[in-house]
Ligand binder design. Structure first.
Ligand code: FES
Length: 169
């Protein structure tokens, strides 16, 4: 006895397995395009702020050049607007600027021993750490005490009548 065959309308050819396969692939490709059109913008929206987090540091004008006489050391507070993922915050920093003629150096006030904040005493031309007695000279080099190395420096320059600082970390 022969197996029942699929009935077809008059004049219509039966669907071949190859045609079904091609249609299946076509439906799969269309589904992928639709899913990509929906998910792509969502991923871009969510991932954009995270990608911007790795922006390189910017030069920030922190004071007028005329307010930093030759040989002087000045403490400067400044804020940097930082986008950290989805959050935008103002990070506040302190830096000591020292002018040597046409050059300027920017010293980080964080003691290199255990991270206390050093304070500059103009009359002694020294930075003193209140925690364990570390002492640094006006260029940030260790004079005495436990600090293992000089104060960290940030990039600094004069430009357009301003003092600019770029904070690497
Ligand atoms: S933290 Fe400055 S000397 Fe220890």
């Amino acid at each position: 006895m022969s197996e029942p065959t699929q009935s077809t309308k008059f004049g219509e050819e039966p669907e071949s397995p190859q045609r079904r396969k091609v249609l299946g692939w076509l439906v799969g490709v269309i589904n992928l395009l639709v899913v990509g059109a929906v998910i792509g913008p969502v991923l871009g929206f969510m991932g954009g702020p995270l990608a911007r987090r790795r922006e390189s540091p910017q030069w920030i004008p922190v004071m007028d050049e005329s307010d930093l006489p030759d040989g002087s050391v000045r403490e400067v507070k400044y804020a940097v607007r930082v986008q950290d993922g989805y959050r935008i915050a103002n990070h506040e920093y302190v830096v000591y600027l020292k002018r040597n003629g046409s050059e300027v150096i920017a010293l980080d006030p964080t003691c290199t021993h255990l991270g206390c904040r050093v304070k500059y005493q103009e009359e002694k031309s020294r930075f003193f750490c209140p925690c364990h007695g570390g002492v640094f000279d006006a260029e940030g080099k260790v004079v005495s005490g436990p600090p293992p190395r000089a104060l960290d420096r940030h990039s600094a320059k004069f430009e357009g009548g301003k003092v600019w600082v770029k904070r690497e970390a």
